[in-house]
Write a protein that binds this ligand. Structure first.
Ligand SMILES: C[S@@+](CC[C@H](N)C(=O)[O-])C[C@H]1O[C@@H](n2cnc3c(N)ncnc32)[C@H](O)[C@@H]1O
Length: 243
């Protein structure tokens, strides 16, 4: 049996999804407030930037993977109009239903589907844009997920991967201190769960750097890949074109 990482721990590959589910089952109800607190509101700016780069048009077919509480899906829905469609998906029912309720509270009704990014239940060449925000890091087989994202995109379609990345060297020490000291304490205080926020900090360190993710996306079928560093590389937006 193969092993993989779950944060800094080594776990059996077949067990990682269960560990990840545990994290998101635990944090779902406090996910949005924690996002605002941890990033001091910056995640809203990163997502707004992602929506700009998506450059959606009326009538576009969009798939949001690992969509969680629905920030991107809600913003995309405003751009594609009545003739377009945004499908809001996630592997975790607690995250997805929290998101669906939130979308309904905002008067946004979208198709919502529990599905694993590694086995997408959609036909080939179907979507104009696919997005995954802060989700890829948690997936067991990132290559399989990226290949699936490429498969369901139309030729010339665009994949947007918004994810934590490698921060600029001068900020490393401060960022490490914040991640390993402040985040778990904040998690404990607000969500009653320090372990999930320790996993967050660890999983960020285990995620491929900007250049490594770019190379991986290329091997998974994207002919052109670029990345945009945001907040000195705390986050990067990778844009892959299926060509
Ligand atoms: C940090 S949340 C991001 C939620 C939302 N996209 C956002 O930016 O706020 C990560 C999400 O990835 C989902 N996820 C993890 N593994 C997945 C997989 N294999 N397929 C689909 N979603 C997955 C989790 O359930 C969780 O909702």
């Amino acid at each position: 049996m193969s092993s993989t990482h779950f944060g800094f721990k080594t776990v059996d590959e077949s067990d990682k999804a269960r560990h990840v589910r545990g994290v998101f089952d635990s944090v779902a109800s406090k996910y949005d407030v924690m996002n605002d607190l941890m990033s001091m509101g910056l995640h809203r700016v990163w997502k707004r930037y992602t929506v700009r780069v998506a450059d959606l048009r009326e009538g576009y077919q969009v798939l949001d993977i690992a969509g969680g509480t629905g920030d991107l899906a809600m913003a995309f829905a405003k751009e594609v109009g009545h003739t377009g469609r945004v499908v809001h998906t996630d592997i975790n029912e607690a995250m997805l239903s929290t998101g669906r309720d939130r979308l309904l509270d905002h008067g946004v009704v979208l198709p919502t589907l529990v599905c694993d990014a590694e086995k997408l239940p959609f036909p080939d060449n179907h979507f104009d844009v696919v997005s995954v925000a802060f989700g890829l890091r948690n997936m067991t087989h990132k290559d399989a997920a990226l290949q699936e994202m490429c498969r369901v995109l139309k030729p010339n379609g665009k994949l947007l991967v918004l994810e934590f990345s490698k921060v600029a060297k001068p900020l490393e020490k401060a960022y490490d201190w914040y991640s390993f000291n402040v985040l778990p304490k904040l998690g404990k205080m607000v969500a009653g769960d320090d372990a999930s926020y320790r996993y967050l900090a660890e999983s960020i360190r285990m995620h491929p750097s900007q250049e490594d993710l770019k190379a991986l996306m290329k091997t998974c079928g994207f002919g052109h890949v670029d990345f945009h560093n945001l907040s000195a590389g705390v986050v990067a937006l990778h844009v892959g074109i299926k060509c």
